[in-house]
Design a protein around this ligand. Sequence first.
Ligand code: ADE
Length: 232
Amino acid sequence: MRIDIITVLPELLRSPFEHSIMKRAQQKGLLEVITHDLREFGLGKHRQVDDYQYGGGAGMVMMVEPLANCIEHLQQEQKYDEIIYLTPDGEQLNQSISNQLSLKEKLLLICGHYKGIDERIRQNYVTKEISIGDYVLSGGELAAAVLVDSIGRLIPGVLNDETSALFDSFQDDLLAPPVYTRPAEYNGWKVPDILLSGNDAAIDQWRYEQSLERTKIRRPDLFEGDKTTGES
Ligand code: ADE
C-alpha cells in the first residue's frame, strides 16, 4: 500500500513512521508513506498557502490553488482509491473503517490547519472525510499519523503473528481481555490461575468472558442491541 500525505509540517510526520511496526511494514515493502510539503506549491515568493476567509471572521483558511496544484501533480503519477481529508467534522474513525481502508492500494491524505481548507477542495477532490474524535487538534498531521498506524498494522504480513490483529479490541465489537506476563505473583498480586492451567479451551473461554464483561461495563454501546449476549 502507498499512502501520500499532503502537509505544511512534513517534519511532524517523520517520527511516527520510523519506529516499531510502521518501520517494519515499510522495510518489508508492504507500506510506503510519502509526505509532500504543501509549501512547495505555495503562491508567490512567500509560498503562501493560507489566506483570510471570505465573509470575515478570525482564522486563516488553506487556499484552493496550492492544494489543487499539489493534488493534481500527484494524480499525474498515482490513481488514488480514496482522497481523505482529516477533519473534526468528518466520519468518526473506527476499526471497521480502518479494516476497509487497509484493503486499498493507494491513499492520499490531506492535513488541514487553521480554520480548515477551502470548501472547493472538499467538494471537488476529497472522497472521504475522517475525524479521529470529538476534539479539535491544531492540525491534521497527528490525525493522519493515527489513521496510517491503524491501517498499516492491518496490512497482511505486517504483524509478525498475523492472527494477533484479529484479537484486537473492537475487531469483533468487543474490548480485548486483560493480559499478564511473568512473574506469576508480584507483591502478592497473582495472575489468574486459569492462565497458568495449560488448558487452551478453558483459557479461550475465560478470555471471551472477560471481553464480554469488560465491554459490558466500559462500552455497552458496542453491543448494539446485544447480538453477543442476547441481553439488552
Ligand atoms: N484536525 C483537527 N482536529 C481533528 C480531528 N479531531 N480529527 C481529524 N482531523 C483533525
